[in-house]
Design a protein around this ligand. Structure first.
Ligand code: NAI
Ligand code: MG
Length: 502
């Protein structure tokens, strides 16, 4: 284990931020929970308490939703010129970049991810999302329509569509990319002119709170963004079911996604969901293995496997099987584990005790069901929630490790003979459909296979490439709707048809 001596020393703003209990943001003011209660936030690398935050529950949900309702029904945000709104969004992006180091340290401290990843990916991607969305604020357009109404042959009409913000939106997000998930959700919802109540995950509330302050600093009017820290059942559930919320946008487990749909069903709120995955990653014999092997390792081990799109089912064509299995195992063994704040660390801990128990439970179940552990397979060190990068082979389609989302650094590797319908069937043989990977030098095959994969994103000769302009989301039980790109704006807009007799 890396020693504390090597650690990045936390900057003064980060030390200051975690030194006092953090409050919730309601109606433009930082406030304690109505109950006055707080809960602890942990450092997953050493299990110590790093901060305390407000434990928001139903009473706080009522206040936050009322504030968002007032800001939507009467406030300036939905009525502001698109250009003015876009400038505030752009400014949020700028402020994220100006505070890059502070946000990266908070993210690494709270989530456990390597500081270099937070600095190089999470924070810049979050800023870029706001910059990208800022441009859309002035480009949300309806159409003019040419009507041919058969029962009024002599009439003339001027008919058009308007895109209007959907209203008050509840957004509930997970802990794997705490800042980036907040950005993915807030960028488009604010661009559309909606108002929001955001609930970050109880494990990782810190960077969303810091981002909310940056949004206020950028000029976001009071009540447009409210942030409640709290637990799923006591804060997320009443928020998702609240009668004054028009729409719920959720990212997290498929299990809770189904609960959100049920909660929203009472008054038929709109819902979009970004859920789990068990993504196939396929290496053909004609692939450049010098690229495919590190690519397949990164597809599963990036972010400690805590990615909804992780390439967790690796299919390798027979001739290349031994070389890929050996190569990915070698890559797994060489990954340096340690606290995210140690710049030497390439993989940090899992986010929580619960996730640690869950992932190590899967490792036990794999062994019991007869999978062979080629490397890894157990805890790393004695403190913190570290799990060794693990490669399993000899798995069958029936095993839990093959079927269920593990959400840890665990890959199952399976051989296949031919590039045929059976390969496509196996790749698609899961309840999920979030992402897929393909490694080949044959361009025709690449297109044909990409077309047949039932997944929202297909990466060819690359993996985990994200961009603010590229839609991301799921087929099947991986979700409803898309994040990012212009597509995501649909999540937050209503279409109104106006028909005028002239
Ligand atoms: P989760 O789905 O319980 O948590 C995600 C968010 O939902 C958190 O903010 C949580 O407070 C909230 N939540 C939980 N229960 C709720 C409820 N009844 N009503 C409203 N909100 C609720 O995910 P969890 O328990 O942290 O992780 C379990 C598994 O979920 C992971 O092992 C992984 O397989 C999957 N997961 C998928 C993610 C993705 O990006 N698609 C992210 C996180 C987890
Ligand atoms: Mg849960």
């Amino acid at each position: 284990m890396n020693t504390a001596v090597d650690m990045v020393s936390l900057s003064a703003p980060v030390k200051n931020f975690v030194s006092k209990p953090r409050q919730a943001l309601i109606d433009g003011r930082w406030q304690d929970a109505r109950s006055g209660e707080t809960f602890d936030v942990f450092n997953p690398a050493n299990e110590s308490v790093i901060a305390r935050v407000a434990d928001c529950k139903r009473a706080d949900v009522d206040l936050a939703v009322a504030a968002a309702r007032k800001a939507f029904d009467k406030g300036p945000w939905p009525r502001m010129s698109p250009s003015a709104r876009g400038r505030i969004l752009w400014k949020i992006g700028d402020l994220i970049l100006e505070n890059l180091e502070e946000l990266a340290q908070l993210e690494s401290l709270n989530n456990g991810k390597p500081i270099a990843v937070a600095r190089g990916a999470d924070v810049p991607l979050a800023a870029d999302l706001f910059h990208y969305m800022a441009g859309w604020a002035t480009k949300i357009e309806g159409n003019s329509l040419s009507l041919s109404v058969p029962y009024t042959p002599d009439a003339q009409y001027h008919a058009y569509t308007r895109k209007e913000p959907i209203g008050v939106v509840a957004q509930i997000i997970p802990w794997n990319f705490p800042l980036l998930m907040a950005a993915w959700k807030l960028g488009p919802v604010l661009t559309a002119g909606c108002t929001v109540v955001l609930k970050p995950a109880e494990e990782t509330p810190l960077s969303a709170l810091r981002l909310a302050q940056l949004c206020l600093d950028a000029g976001l009017p009071p009540g447009v963004l409210n942030v409640l820290t709290g637990f799923g059942e006591t804060c997320g559930a009443p928020l998702a079911a609240h009668s004054q919320v028009d729409k719920v946008a959720f990212t997290g487990s498929t299990e809770v996604g189904k609960l959100i749909v049920k909660a929203a069903a009472n008054d038929l709120k709109k819902v979009t969901l970004e859920l789990g995955g068990k993504s196939p990653n396929i290496v053909l014999d004609d692939a450049d293995l010098d690229v495919a092997i590190p690519g397949a390792a990164s597809a599963i081990f990036f972010n400690h496997g805590q990615c909804c799109c992780a390439g967790s089912r690796l299919f390798v064509q027979e001739k290349s099987y031994d070389r890929v299995l050996e190569g990915i195992s070698k890559a797994a063994r060489s990954i340096r584990l340690g606290p995210g704040l140690n710049p030497q660390s390439e993989m940090g801990p899992l986010v929580s005790k619960t996730q640690f128990d869950r992932v190590t439970g899967f490792l036990r179940s794999g062994k019991e069901e007869g999978a062979r552990t080629v490397c890894g397979g157990k805890r790393y060190g004695e403190t913190g929630y570290f799990v060794e990068p693990t490669v399993l082979d000899g798995t069958s389609d029936k095993m839990r490790v093959y079927q269920e989302e593990i959400f840890g650094p665990v890959v199952t590797v399976m051989p296949f003979k031919e590039v045929d319908d059976e390969l496509i069937r196996r790749a698609n043989d899961t309840v999920y459909g979030l992402a897929a990977g393909l490694w080949t030098s044959n361009i025709k095959r690449a297109h044909r296979i990409a077309n047949q994969l039932r997944a929202g994103t297909v990466w060819v000769n690359c993996y985990n490439i994200f961009d603010a302009s590229m839609p991301f989301g799921g087929y099947k039980q991986s979700g409803w709707g898309r994040e990012m790109g212009s597509e995501v704006l649909k999540n937050y807009l209503e279409t109104k048809s106006v028909c005028m007799s002239i």
